[in-house]
Design a protein around this ligand. Structure first.
Ligand code: C2O
Ligand code: CU
Ligand code: CU
Length: 575
């Protein structure tokens, strides 16, 4: 509606004054530490003049305050849940312990307060926070629960960069929403999650921001449930990208376009020097999205677009009107930013394979990672503390999936063997993986061993995530457990440790070749207690965790079946 006619207008009458009412871009308030108090509650928000739309917000009607964190600070979060149902809050991108991370296991019951605390270990960058309750993340975010996090550090502070929040350093939380006839948010679960026809930036529809005729910094966050944006300026002038998900790049990268998948961030500089009085628009050139990206040009087999859809069209995100520069404004873009230490491939302790696919062959099967649909009680992967790992993500099913990992930032090694372009060469926590593509990244797991609480990896299309395109991994300290990998005869080896187990045990096994693997636990009378894994595993050393905290003490049998073999091992559970 408004947003769409606006984009048609852009196509034909670019230089004519704007015919549509523009709304001043809302700038979320900032909150500084060391204590951050957030309350999630139902509210109403005026996306459209005089119309109250039912929403959720953090300390307000829609979205939440921008949290300003300083590297090295010890911070305390107080997160109150007043939405009347359970949820969680995750600090997307931050390097915190699994208990502080706010994944699906850290449930905040309604009427209670969650109080994680941690030291900020991250580099200066832009993160965000959002709920992460399994099967409810999409809806909670859609109704308005999200906010930006800005981390500052001494390295960034020395650079000549715009950093006056809301003046020349602008948070830009980009979302699309579908409103019904009553202009209420029309959330529809399932699939990738819908794409709405109304663009909302920081909660503002048809936004305009006034920036000085100087260098300005935009912190772009794709906070959409399932739309990829192809961002660029309406006059096709270039901008400089200075930061990706996890920090600054080595040097500014000059770009005409930047593609952001859900969950991704980018910091860009726009040089408006000498342009006082002009007007330009940050656009999404979604007509250039032709590879099946959600929100792009529909492909041959896609279902027809709903009426009013902006998918595959070019539309406005944010109008910029240029005012005179103020004294002290930044007028030049620095040549160099930070030094990035590359993690060399040769430093990797292992390669971990992630197959984006369905849980079983055939149409209609649920999307899965390595054949497994997310299960709150299953640990899919175990990482040894201190290890450097290469993760190889292969997309075998559906459209492009933005793969996200908690706990760490990674460096992309290659896409189908080709090193990434400069804009993807910095620290990342989300990477869009195209159909048929093989993306490799490298990362280190240096902190936060915890044998109980897992971190997540998942598709950041919130519909896919809620449908279970997600897995759980533990970081464990192998030297802290009594490891006895017993050498066993036969084509593969199986060991469980610790044995006896109290809260958990690791089931370790070697496969001579890639194989389907089914790991199941039985009690002494042969009843199945739990199916731990059913899917394909790579050749070599593999591990699963069985959480034994909820079963009665006693003897159990772990059985592994592969394509060719079967092995069973007894395990004691004690308290
Ligand atoms: Cu932004 Cu696991 O999420
Ligand atoms: Cu995350
Ligand atoms: Cu997906």
């Amino acid at each position: 509606m408004i947003a769409r006619s606006f984009s048609l207008l852009l196509l034909f009458v670019i230089s004519v004054p704007w015919a549509h009412a523009q709304n001043a871009l809302a700038i979320p308030e900032t909150m500084e530490g060391p204590v951050y108090s957030l309350t999630m509650a139902p509210s109403t928000h005026q996306f459209f003049d005089g119309v109250d739309t039912d929403t959720y917000g953090f300390n307000g009607s829609y979205l939440g305050p921008t949290l300003i964190l300083n590297k090295g600070d010890f911070v305390q979060m107080h997160v109150a849940n007043q939405i009347g149902e359970p949820t969680t809050v995750h600090w997307h991108g931050m390097h915190v312990s699994p208990e502080d991370d706010g994944g699906p296991h850290s449930i905040i019951q309604p009427g209670t307060v969650w109080q994680p605390d941690f030291t900020v270990l991250d580099r200066a960058t832009t993160f965000w926070y959002h709920p992460h309750l399994h099967e409810r993340t999409g809806e909670h975010v859609y109704r308005g629960l999200a906010g930006m996090i800005i981390v500052r550090d001494p390295v960034e502070a020395l650079l000549s960069l715009p950093r006056t929040y809301g003046v020349d350093d602008i948070p830009v939380v980009i979302q699309d929403r579908q409103f019904n006839n009553q202009q209420q948010l029309a959330f529809r679960p399932g699939g990738a999650g819908q794409q709405g026809d109304t663009i909302v930036v920081n909660g503002t529809v048809d936004p305009v921001v006034t920036l000085g005729a100087s260098v300005n910094r935009l912190r772009l966050l794709n906070g959409a449930n399932s739309r990829v944006y192809q961002l660029g300026l309406s006059d096709n002038s270039t901008f400089q990208m200075i930061g990706s998900d996890g920090g600054l790049l080595e040097a500014p990268v000059e770009l005409e376009r930047i593609r952001l998948a859900p969950g991704e961030r980018a910091e860009i500089l726009i040089d408006l020097g000498g342009r006082t009085g002009e007007s330009l628009t940050l656009m999404s050139y979604s007509s250039e999205l032709t590879r099946g990206e959600p929100g792009g040009v529909p492909l041959a087999n896609d279902p027809p677009l709903p009426p009013g859809s902006i998918n595959g069209t070019d539309f406005a995100i944010l109008q910029i009107s240029v005012s005179e520069a103020a004294s002290g404004d930044i007028q030049a873009i620095p040549q160099d930013l930070v030094t990035l230490e590359d993690l060399p491939e040769s430093s990797a302790d292992r390669v971990r394979h992630m197959r984006l696919d369905t849980s079983e062959p055939g149409p209609g099967a649920p999307l899965a990672i390595n054949g497994s649909v997310f299960n709150m009680n299953v640990i899919n992967e175990v990482v040894n503390l201190g290890d450097t790992e290469i993760w190889e993500i292969v997309n075998n099913r559906g459209g492009p999936h933005p793969f996200h990992i908690h706990d760490v930032q990674f460096q992309i090694l290659d896409r189908d063997g080709i090193p990434p372009p400069p804009e993807e060469s910095g620290w990342k926590d989300v990477v869009l993986v195209y159909p048929g593509e093989r993306v490799r990244f490298i990362t280190e797991f240096l902190d936060f061993a915890d044998p109980d609480t897992p971190y997540m990896y998942h598709c950041h299309l919130l519909g896919h995530e809620d449908d279970g395109m997600m897995g759980a991994f533990l970081v464990i300290d192998p030297s802290a457990t009594a490891i006895e990998r017993e050498g066993l005869p036969g084509p593969f080896q199986l060991a469980t440790y610790p044995n006896p187990a109290v809260d958990w045990t690791t089931i370790a096994y070697d496969l001579p070749t890639q194989s389907t693997v089914r790991i199941e636990v039985f009690d002494t009378v042969g009843r199945s207690v739990e199916l731990l894994f059913d899917g394909v595993r790579a050749a070599g050393a593999n591990e699963s965790i069985w959480k034994t905290g909820n079963v009665a003490p006693g003897t159990y049998f772990v059985r592994i079946k592969t394509d060719t073999d079967e092995w069973t091992k007894a395990l004691q559970v004690t308290r």
